[in-house]
Design a protein around this ligand. Structure first.
Ligand code: GLN
Length: 256
């Protein structure tokens, strides 16, 4: 074999092996993707800040931190709240984080992570309303709620009340402002945020929380391994102080 051919062959071997090494590296560096569903108009848990396409909020920070901990790249899909569980069942998304209360009914369809937030329902009425001071006073009143939520379930138990269901909490608040309903029944932390940020001019929040609820991350029943990984990551974030930092950032107080 001539020297020329020999060196050409050696060069080829080098090129091919470098190529292979390169491929291997690329494969290893490509992060796994976690497809996350959320109904992103529920501040301060998930929302888009004005003029921004990015999703912000406590849930968003938490799921990104969980993804990082597990070595996953997190991709958020904004969808209707009542579409989240079907989305997990059909595999459109892997998980849902959306201030979703852990309930028995939902647990029949999907698994929940360990609880990550303690919540409950309160009422919002107009500033000048003097008749509604507690849940008992909602009897016979017009109530706005968000479709498919625990707030909607509780409102439906009120005697003779007329329930108006909206796709999002902001739409329910708008209806209250417009005078179409007497009250909104919704999650306390979201009502707190609404009153503090925008609604305080014309609305107020009343009543001790009616329910004791806990939020969980929803995962397919077919993916026990993913639920375990999420629980482990959540636990680590609670231990290393990151969870506390996020809580303080979004709620202005120490985690409960
Ligand atoms: N926590 C309530 C529920 O799970 C509301 C959630 C929401 O509107 N994002 O039904």
């Amino acid at each position: 074999m001539s020297k020329k051919i020999m060196s050409f062959m050696m060069l080829m071997v080098l090129v091919v092996s470098f190529g292979l090494v390169g491929c291997g590296k690329q494969e290893a560096a490509k992060p796994k993707v976690l497809k996350v569903g959320s109904e992103a108009s529920f501040a301060p848990f998930e929302f888009q800040e004005e003029g921004s396409k990015e999703y912000a909020g406590f849930d968003m920070d938490l799921i990104k931190a969980i993804g990082k901990q597990m070595g996953y790249e997190v991709q958020i899909q904004n969808m209707g709240f009542d579409g989240l569980i079907p989305g997990i069942e059909s595999g459109t998304v892997d998980v849902a984080i959306s201030a979703m209360t852990i309930t028995e009914e939902r647990s029949k369809k999907i698994d929940f992570s360990t609880p990550y937030y303690k919540s409950g329902l309160t009422i919002v009425v107009k500033n000048d309303n003097t008749t509604i001071k507690s849940f008992a006073d909602l009897e016979g009143k017009k109530i706005a709620v968000q479709l498919g939520t625990t707030g909607a379930d509780e409102a439906k138990k009120v005697k003779n009340a007329q329930i108006r269901e909206f796709n999002s909490a902001p739409e329910a608040f708008l209806e209250l402002k417009a005078g179409g309903v007497d009250a909104v029944v919704n999650d306390k932390p979201v009502n707190d945020y609404y009153i503090a940020k925008a609604g305080g001019k014309d609305a107020k929040e009343i009543g001790q929380p009616l329910t004791a609820e806990e939020y969980g991350i929803a995962v397919s029943k077919k993916n026990k391994e993913l639920t375990e990984k999420i629980n482990k990551a959540l636990d680590e974030l609670k231990k290393n102080g990151e969870y506390d930092k996020m809580y303080l950032k979004w709620f202005g107080k120490k985690a409960q």
